[in-house]
Design a protein around this ligand. Sequence first.
Ligand SMILES: Cc1cn([C@H]2C[C@H](O)[C@@H](COP(=O)(O)OP(=O)(O)OP(=O)(O)O)O2)c(=O)[nH]c1=O
Length: 218
Amino acid sequence: MNNLPKAALPTDEPLVLASGSPRRAQLMRAAGYDFTVDPAGDEAECGVCSRETAPELVARYAYRKALDVVTRYDSAIVLAADTVASCKGYILGKPKDEAHAESMLRMLSGTRHDVYTGVCLWSAKSQRCIVDVSRTQLEMQTLTDQMLADYLETMLWEGKAGSFGYQDGNDWISIVGGGSESNVVGLPMERLAELLENFDALAETVNNGSVDPGWVID
Ligand SMILES: Cc1cn([C@H]2C[C@H](O)[C@@H](COP(=O)(O)OP(=O)(O)OP(=O)(O)O)O2)c(=O)[nH]c1=O
């Protein structure tokens, strides 16, 4: 991915990427941001709400990851994200094992589906934050048993929402209608630049650990 946009930070606070995802750090480095990495604890990604849609879920998880990390700093702009695939009403996160990866890929095979990434930007000094969600539509060719077996053997599905890596160079997956590639890989860099540029206008004050309860369900 070339020419990733970079925006100036909205405050003089250092940028902290609250993520253990190598893809997110790679995208941020490729765009030229200065940042440190401080991942959220695993418990930030938990809690099931059966009424929740994919965009609501990624918004809630991004928010919880940012909340977990922002409490460690007096001065930082914390950036957290969460990515899932969504197909036929199912929300597909990271696979537990190869059998789980196979069942996700069989569901996605031959479909148009969506990838959602929720982003949370949180200023520790001002206790103001933004939660935002981006969607990219993808199309996966019908996978033959051989294609599936070959991909599973690469282990490239590990740690990836929906059990595929758009960046792995497979010709059986493509973006529909010019959506954001970086959003699929875990961080919508174009949207992130807009959020940083418009932080003052978009950020809301956080009260007692919650922001916009209509959007972030907990
Ligand atoms: C759909 C897709 C997802 N992914 C990755 C991006 C994310 O790392 C991962 C989804 O898992 P997440 O739970 O969003 O993130 P993570 O556990 O990797 O890291 P952290 O919670 O610490 O931020 O799937 C790809 O690399 N390529 C793809 O094509």
